[in-house]
Each structure stands twice: as C-alpha cells, then as structure tokens.
Design a protein around this ligand. Sequence first.
Ligand code: IYR
Length: 231
Amino acid sequence: MTNQTAAREHSHPFVPYQPPRLDQAEGIARGADFHDFLETRRSVRFFASDPVPREMIELAVAAANTAPSGAHHQPWKFIAISDPEVRHRIREAAEHEERINYEGGRLPEAWRTALAPLETDSDKSYLDVVPWIVVVFAEKSTPLPDGDLRKNYYVNESVSIACGLFIAALHTMGLATLTHTPNPMAFLSEILHRPATERPHSLFPIGYPAPDCEVPALTRKPDALEFFPPA
Ligand code: IYR
C-alpha cells in the first residue's frame, strides 16, 4: 500500500484535513449504529400540529448545507415557511395540480398502479397541519454581486444530496417529513417570489408524526449492493 504524499504546490488556498483515524472495530460499530438509526426513518403523511422550534429548521438546513456539490457552487436554497396563510396557499395550489393528476386523468395508469400501495391521493391537508414547510430550490445559475450569472454544475445531483442530509438531520431531531414533489410545481416559484434562475426541486412538510400515524408496510431493497466481480 502506498500513501499519497500531501506535499503539493497549490495555486489556491488549501488547508490541512486530518480527521481522527478510527479504529476499524469502532468504525464498524458506528456504521451499524448509523444504519440502525436510519432504518427507523419513514416518510409520513399524517402529522401533529405541535410546534417545532425554528432552531431545528436552522440545524437541519445547516446539515444540508454541508453537502458536496458540483464545483462547490452549493446550488441550493431552502425556503422555510411557518406562516399559516402561505402554507394554505401552497396547499391549495398543490391540491389543484394533484386533482388534475388523480381525478383528471393526468397520471398515467402505470403510475397510478405503482402508487396504489402508498394510498396517496390529491388531499394534501398535511400542508395546513405541519408547523413548517421547507421548499428547496435548485439554482440553475447564481447571480453574482457584480451582476453576472455564474453557471452551476450537476445541480440536480448536488441539491438531491443536500436533501438527503436534510432528511437525516430532521430524523435525528425526532422530526418527520415527506419528500413531496407536487407536479407540476412552478406555483412554488410564484408564491415564494423566487427568481427565474431557480426552479423548485422538492417540498418538505415538517413536524412530529400524528399520534395515530400509520405508514405503508414497506420493506427495504435487499439487493442494493453488489460486488464486482462477484466472489
Ligand atoms: N406528486 C403526486 C404523485 C406521487 C408521485 C410519486 I412517484 C410518489 O411517490 C407519491 C406521489 C402526489 O404528491 O400525490
């Protein structure tokens, strides 16, 4: 095994990165604990209206903001909404679109069949119930202070990774969410006054699960991992 040497000339600022080297047994124990913790997470559609402190939203977004991103452009924006009127407007617009999907026949038959086990429908009343909605926007480009537009790279991948960390952070605080992508979702840009350089990526109702919350009896994919070449 040959270690790479860190001795390099840099044309931009670099700083040392030497996180503590974990004993392997300790690493495995932590990996197992982390998996056990994530295994208890479920997307929920039935929420309590109990308040959630703003600090929890700030912490979840701070965690999301650590995500790796294309060229480190961090092409995300998290808009947090607690105002009941704005939440209601989002609900009305989401339900309007979803009624066209579910009751107006816009959802293709195969899609309906795939969704049947989740028992989703056009009712998005949780948007009125939760104390917070966070809408994530993807910045196709970012306006710079000098007025120029900076192009971003791998925007969808970067924002999706940030959302994964966000979901995990919510879970560690005992909060529940649902990754919701109302379709189409242009109404979110209008309601939240977002610029044309951003497009809605996903919407997260956030709260505690309702005391009588139920979730579909789903299992995790058993063959997510393969080794190549096979043993
Ligand atoms: N956007 C719709 C439909 C929907 C689509 C998928 I893929 C889901 O996993 C769940 C729902 C809705 O929000 O109901």
